[in-house]
Write a protein of this length. Structure first.
Length: 137
């Protein structure tokens, strides 16, 4: 990652709300898995391992962000799913196979879409509240 891209990303992280941070982590995890799959096909072991490590790091951060007390069953289910994906990434790295990476990519794509819908719904609610406040003044 070049310095300009790194600075841009750092700015996005520092100014993001919690929901946007989760989306950034999903974006990066998903991109890392895609890169790992490409590097597996290219037989670039070092780059594949690096990409899998980045995806794993994102899953660790997502795991750390969970609040089991406040999130209840959803947080518990996500905790189990993140652990499962971590295990699949480990299997992909050790066995140098694509199937676990494809599975993790599919799971991350589904989760990413769900969080995007949540963010869009929240944004819509914010706009609705802004219109409601504006119409009262």
């Amino acid at each position: 990652m070049d310095e300009v891209h790194r600075a841009y990303f750092k700015g996005r992280v520092q100014t993001a709300d919690p929901l946007s941070l989760v989306r950034l982590l999903y974006d990066n995890a998903l991109q890392s898995v895609k890169t790992a799959r490409e590097m597996l096909q290219a037989r670039d072991i070092a780059a594949r391992s690096d990409a899998i490590s980045k995806a794993s790091d994102c899953l660790c951060l997502l795991t750390d962000s969970l609040s089991l007390e406040e999130g209840g069953e959803i947080s518990s289910n996500l905790l189990a799913l993140y652990g499962y994906m971590q295990n699949r990434l480990l299997q992909a790295n050790l066995n140098q196979t694509d199937d676990p990476l494809a599975e993790v990519q599919s799971l991350l794509t589904t989760l990413h879409s769900a969080w995007a819908e949540l963010a869009d719904a929240e944004s819509g609610m914010d706009r609705l509240q802004d219109v409601s406040v504006a119409s009262r003044t």
